[in-house]
Design a protein. Structure first.
Length: 266
């Protein structure tokens, strides 16, 4: 039975990963969450599908993650096939450009470092805790849900000077995956950073406070892809990503790809 861990599974893309994977009774799905307070729909799904296990953990705490890994290993026989790290933090002051922090330096440090913790540092904590299980798995895949806003060329073309902390942290997370790909090659482990596309989630909607903001975003993204019309559904995004993950092997380990398996980000 293939085993999957989805980190950040209560809603949006993470929830849809759990939903689609658990629809196949052959998959064993571990949904790692920060708090039960927001896990109502996930727990409801777990009641109807016995191959889902919801586990509350703390990705900022290596000791807690070790306990979580032991809990998973006790169920799977010490193995894990695929880890999907979907947890993220967007951060505040997203509209400020680098120079706009002049005179607002007290805001810069949390804006820069808080996303970096969740989107990069805690990635290492999570992978390291689960790595002994992954080494014993069959698929041996580590997947990081990144963002096109962390890509240098995308940022250059669409001319996006804001959301510094989020973009920098996603670029850092992507680099970490490439580092793991190099380190773990001899263990047969492959890694991938993947952008889910522009997905219709609560977080995406929160960033678009008006119809004018949506129109402005479409116009910005069309600098890169003239065919952009709007957001795609979590269902479409995850279906596409799972197809890319299925084809992941040593030849593309460590790469950063779109949900389409190429550099067509939207």
């Amino acid at each position: 039975m293939p085993s999957w861990v989805i980190v950040g599974a209560t809603r949006g893309i993470g929830f849809e990963y759990v939903n689609q994977l658990s629809s196949d009774s052959q998959n064993e799905v571990f949904a790692l969450i920060r708090s039960q307070k927001t896990a109502g729909p996930l727990n409801e799904l777990a009641v109807s599908r016995k191959n889902i296990r919801v586990i509350e953990t703390n990705i900022a705490n290596p000791a807690k993650l070790k306990e979580t890994a032991e809990q998973i290993g006790n169920i799977t026989g010490g193995k894990l096939d695929v880890l999907v790290y979907n947890a993220f933090f967007h951060g505040d002051s997203g509209e400020l450009t680098p120079s706009a922090f002049t005179g607002r330096e007290e805001e810069l440090e949390p804006h820069f470092f808080e996303p970096l913790k969740v989107n990069a540092l805690h990635v290492i904590h999570t992978v390291n805790a689960l790595l002994p299980l992954i080494k014993q798995g069959v698929e041996k895949k580590i997947i990081y849900i990144s963002s096109a806003s962390g890509d240098l060329e995308v940022t250059r073309i669409i001319e996006l000077p804001a959301v510094i902390g989020y973009s920098v942290s996603k670029a850092a997370g992507t680099m970490i995956m490439t580092k793991y790909a190099s380190e773990l090659k001899e263990d047969g482990i492959v890694t991938l950073s993947i952008s889910p596309g522009w997905v219709d989630t609560d977080a995406s909607k929160a960033a678009l406070t008006s119809p004018e903001a949506f129109t402005a975003m479409v116009s910005t993204l069309r600098k890169l892809d003239p065919n952009v019309k709007g957001m795609i559904s979590p269902k479409e995004s995850v279906e596409s990503m799972l197809s890319v993950i299925k084809s992941l092997d040593k030849n593309n380990s460590g790469k950063f790809l779109s949900h389409k398996g190429n550099l067509d980000w939207f």
